[in-house]
Write a protein that binds this ligand. Structure first.
Ligand code: RP5
Length: 154
């Protein structure tokens, strides 16, 4: 299983379905978990401990508000972590800045707020995999071609 998607709440699921659908369309194996940095710290730690055995190469982490989840995950693994800020009572700006403003040393790649970010997180995960997987590179190139065709067709 190549990509693990972790989100802080069941309320993030509808948005994060965009990431799962995109990974499915690219035939990237993935699973999701609902685990919170604040509400379920022990369960989160336990799950993160299983990632090497699962063969996970990239983690996508979604959180809203005081969105510590992506940073906490990144602090416990050297796998690339892609953060997706969720909408919140501050229109997701708090989530975006919480995820984006990591102090030097522990990076989190931060996407756009909401569904665009969720879809792009999946595409970015596929790009990371494509560096060492020519089959994945071909699929991504085809995805881009189809996307351009749709735009040109109007
Ligand atoms: C975060 O708090 C979650 O990622 C979610 O986006 C936000 C609100 O969670 P709920 O109150 O809807 O469970 O931890």
């Amino acid at each position: 299983m190549l990509v693990s998607i972790i989100m802080g709440s069941k309320s993030d699921l509808e948005v994060m379905k965009e990431a799962m659908d995109t990974l499915t369309s690219l035939e990237v194996s993935h699973e999701y978990r609902i685990l919170s940095a604040h509400r379920t710290p022990e369960a989160l730690r336990d799950y993160l401990g299983t990632l090497p055995h699962l063969g996970v190469k990239v983690v996508i982490a979604a959180a809203g508000g005081a969105a510590h989840l992506p940073g906490v995950i990144a602090s416990s693994t050297i796998l690339p972590v892609i953060g997706v800020p969720m909408m919140s009572c501050l229109n997701g700006i708090d989530s975006l800045l919480s995820i984006n403003q990591m102090p030097k040393g522990i990076p989190v790649a931060t996407m756009a707020i909401g569904k665009s970010g969720a879809g792009n997180a999946a595409l970015y995960a596929a790009s990371i995999l494509a560096v060492s997987d020519p089959g994945m590179a071909t699929k991504l190139t085809e995805y881009r071609k189809q996307q351009a065709l749709k735009v040109l067709e109007g």
